[in-house]
Structure formats: C-alpha cells, structure tokens
Design a binder for this molecule. Structure first.
Ligand code: KG4
Ligand code: ZN
Length: 342
C-alpha cells in the first residue's frame, strides 16, 4: 500500500477514452482528465480498435500534461506513474503502455502496471476514507465490455462470483439503443428517452433465472427487437412507443442486475454493496438499487460521474494496492496484457 501523501500520475487508454489523473495515496483525486472518442465511434456505432488506437496517439501527451496542470503539481512532486496494463483492446493498450514506459524512462519514475477491472471495482474508494469501509463487500461492475459480480474480502482479495455469459449490460443498452434508432453510446440515450416512458407497458422476460450470479442479456436484446417488429417497426412507432420500450427495457435489465446482486449480498452476509462501471451512471439503476436494498446494506456508487465510465482516477486509485514486486523500473519494458489476475 502506498503512503497517504504520495502522488500518482495515472494513465488509461484501454478502450475509447484517453485519460490521465493525479491521485494521492489517501485516495484524493487531484485531477481527472478524460478525452472521449465518442464522436468518432458514433459513425460506426461502436469502437473500431485501430481507429481508437490512432485517436489515443494524438491525445496521450495532451491529457498527461493537462492532468498535471489541473492538479497544480509539478513533475518533481509526482512520486509514481501508473498505467492500465489490461484488459482491453490490445491496440489501445499498447499506445498507453508504450507512452507511459517512455515517460517513466524520461523522468526516472517507477511505473505501476494496473488492472482496468480492478480500477472499476475499487472506484468507490476514490475521495473516500478507506477506514470507513466494512468487508466483505459485494461489487457489481457493469460496463460496455464486462458485467461481473465480485465478493471483495479485502482490497487485494477479490473473488469473482459470476459474470455475463454473452452481452454485458452496457453492450445491451448500446444495441437496444441502436434498435430504437438512438445514438451511441446507448446507455445515456435510453435513460434520457425512458424518462417519458412507462416501464410497465411491456413485460419482457426475466433473463437467466436459474443461475444466481451469472447474467445473460443477449436474449433480452432479441426480445426488444421482436417487440419493435410487433409494433410495426421503428418507422411506424411514435415517440411514446419508443419511450415505453426504452423504459421497459431499462427497468427489466436493471431489475435483473439489482436482484442478482442483492441475492449475493444476502447469501454472503456482506455489509456493503457497491455499484461501479459505466452503467453505474444510470440514475434509474441507482434508484432501483436503493429501493430494493431499503437500508439493509450500505449502498455506494462512485462519488463522481467521472469515476463511472472509463477514467484514469480509478487507475491511480487501484495502483495504490499493486504489489511492489510488479512495479516496473524506469527503462524496463512494459507489456500490454489482455488477461491479468488481481
Ligand atoms: O466503463 P465504460 O466507460 O467502458 C467500458 O469499459 O465498457 O462503460 C461504457 C458503457 C457503455 O456501454 C454505455 O452505454 C454505458 O456504459 N453507460 C450507461 C450509462 N452511461 C454509460 N448505461 C446505462 N445508463 C447510463 N446512464
Ligand atoms: Zn471500463
């Protein structure tokens, strides 16, 4: 564990956000700079890895410099560098690891290779006091790329309880948005449109009832496609129909996430439930969690929306817990890794 007053300059480039942040050893985030490629990927309604890599190259130095500037610290005051080593898109990861390996050599700093998923899992600790948390904790981490349920015994002892057998929730949000003629990324679009919708108008099947901690959203996505077909296709649906389908889908998928997480929390007798990852930005999901938990467990989500979707603050946060024997000396090679144990 890194000392409380040390400063980490962290970089994230595993998918379509180029991000850098300065995080203190006690978890205080001094800056969190995110350059999103969303406008680029809207054209293809998803991320093309080579395109993402090209965009990262143009932004790495920009976000790196800006993170220092916004934190109002000089390079001399930075103690360590951290970088997302994996998992993610290989072409995108290589950009970040190569860049930070070079910076570490130039400035003579040790580089802490960090796991992206662990960054999400620990994102509720940012700007919070570590002593306030009570183990064990059930963490639901949901984004476009992953959908996992974890039992956290300690910050370095994390057990995976289950994950998605096909699509992640964020991916399902993105695909259903496309079916409804909405833009990428679909999560924020569905929640915006669903505000005017009736979540009870259409009853969609409850996904994967017989496996408590695994998820499956591919069928739900297909159910929405059939429903749109039954309503005569998107061109003959009015705004109310679209809002009702969006709201019904949102309620169903959220309800599934909530139920499975609470079941795990009950089963393992935990004190806290954390909701993290890009989909944790969904306000309706937070509300459904709060209602279902009704005070039985402490419920937390990241303190800023900027810590939900991909960001470098969470990488700096998780870097605090990486064993020293994994740290990379200045000038040593740093590989991107697609799989990595916590
Ligand atoms: O964590 P993240 O930035 O990247 C991945 O690691 O995938 O998550 C992005 C995902 C996208 O699928 C996006 O649609 C979803 O998070 N998302 C949301 C919301 N905001 C982002 N899903 C539901 N509701 C939201 N408000
Ligand atoms: Zn992510």
């Amino acid at each position: 564990m890194i000392e409380k007053e040390k400063l980490i300059l962290a970089l994230e480039s595993s998918c379509d956000e180029t991000a850098a942040a300065v995080v203190r050893g006690d978890g205080k985030v001094l800056s969190n700079v995110i350059s999103s490629q969303i406008e680029t990927h809207k054209k293809t309604a998803g991320v093309v890895p080579e395109v993402a890599a090209r965009k990262h190259v143009g932004k790495l130095q920009v976000v790196f410099d800006k993170a220092l500037e916004e934190a109002e610290v000089s390079m001399n005051e930075v103690d360590y560098f951290a970088v997302t080593q994996g998992p993610g898109l290989l072409t995108a990861l290589v950009c970040g690891t190569t860049f930070m390996g070079t910076q570490a050599f130039l400035y003579g700093k040790k580089l802490i290779p960090t796991n992206h998923i662990k960054g999400h899992i620990l994102s509720c600790t940012l700007d919070r006091n570590l002593e306030d948390f009570e183990f064990p904790i059930v963490v639901l981490s949901v984004s476009g790329g992953h959908n996992d349920l974890y039992l956290v015994h300690d910050w370095n002892k994390i057990e995976k309880l289950g994950s998605t057998l096909d699509d992640a929730a964020g991916e399902a949000y993105d695909k259903v948005a496309k079916t409804l003629g909405l833009e990428y990324p679909g999560g924020p679009e569905i929640s915006r449109v669903a505000l005017d919708g009736d979540p009870k108008r259409f009853e969609l099947p409850y996904p994967l009832r017989n496996q408590p901690y695994n998820f499956s959203f591919s069928g739900l996505k297909t159910n929405v496609k059939y429903l749109v077909g039954e309503l005569g296709g998107i061109s003959s649906m009015n705004n109310k129909d679209i809002a009702d389908v969006a709201a019904s889908f949102q309620w169903t998928i959220n309800n599934n996430l909530v139920n499975k997480t609470i079941k795990a929390a009950e089963e393992f007798g935990v004190k806290e439930i954390h909701l993290v990852g890009g989909v944790s930005a969904n306000k309706e999901l937070r509300k459904q969690f709060e209602e279902a938990i009704s005070g039985r467990f402490k419920f937390r989500f990241p303190l800023s929306f900027g810590y939900c979707t991909d960001n470098a603050a969470m990488i700096g946060g998780a870097a605090r817990f990486v064993d020293k024997d994994k740290w990379i000396e200045p000038g040593e090679p740093v590989d991107a890794l697609l799989e990595w144990d916590f």
